[in-house]
Design a binder for this molecule. Sequence first.
Ligand code: GLV
Ligand code: MN
Ligand code: MN
Length: 398
Amino acid sequence: MTFEAMWHDLAPIGRTASGGYFRQPFTAAERECHAWFLTECARRDLTVHTDGVGNVVAWWRPEGAAGPGVLTGSHLDSVLDGGAYDGPLGVVSALAALDLLRERGVAPSRPLGIGVFVEEEGSRFGSACLGSRLATGALTPAAATELRDRDGVWLADAMAEHGLAPTSSDLLDGVGVFLELHVEQGRALIDHDAAVGVASGIWPHGRYRFDFTGVADHAGTTRMEDRHDPMLTHAMTVLAANKQARLQGARATFGRIEVVPNGTNAVPSRVTGWLDARARDEEALTALVAAISTQAQDRAGRDGTSLQVTPESVSASVHFEPELAARLATEHDGGAWPVLPTQAGHDAGVLSLAGIPTAMLFVRNPTGVSHSPHEHAEMADCLLGVHALADSLERLLR
Ligand code: GLV
Ligand code: MN
Ligand code: MN
């Protein structure tokens, strides 16, 4: 199976009329992607290990391969109405790179694993990198058991439908190094005029639930000055978040909102908005969220509403090992690949924070657009990415 053939087979799964993908964890579409992956592993005679959560590592252990393994791979779930590349590019490239290593007759002295982690996006249960956090122990099964999706379905019930459960895992035992290939989610590689890059680190980022509570009332008969409207407080908070992020060179987004009772002719009683905030270091992230929260609280005081802020999923700053990144960037034919930070979260960050030496390769995205149906990478760049991954793995497997 060539890269193109695998990409073609995976492409229709979970795609909707918008051209975007809904591959939320433990849904039919996402499970179909996992079944597709298992078929590709069987084709290659890989030894598949699955943990209780649904994370998978498929090992190639040819004769003579021993000791800590080299892991590559990514994830197959998507954000709501996401693109085709975020996650799947790393998985399909991993399979194609393994094929290339075999074609080259490489005899690795270490095992090579291809991993797929569940719920990387946190699009259903709100907790980013759920699968890799459970696999590394960064999230406990007890904490995971508390998670519910927006329809009120408990994580444990969603998993149970597929014979899975929020449990701890020994799936990553024996992993000596992790290398994740990912589509770039910004425009840095365009600026560098490079098809492939290497990650230096990941900005710290978090998701914070803002619960604004007011008083439900009639949209017509309630005088404007008599209202306690949580929508107003929320609206001002969205503007404050945008302004604070601009002032601090950071990122702040309210991309999700829930309104109760969500009727046109009533002042709402409650508005819940989710802030996604990211900044270059942890101090800056704390300052950003504090500034937004303070302005929101001040406004709540003036609107006669109240506000509670709850951090739901916070990801620490990641600094990938500079020596490993530099080796990957330079020890190959052709010019050096640029080394750049990213503002996007990845399972690679979770594994790195768990003490596993980790690196990432990025493949150019010609528009920089991601988490959108318009996310794209040119096939020629994807194939360059496969070669870059195979070359990097070959050196790591020596
Ligand atoms: C995941 O892609 C994230 O950065 O939220
Ligand atoms: Mn991703
Ligand atoms: Mn993503």
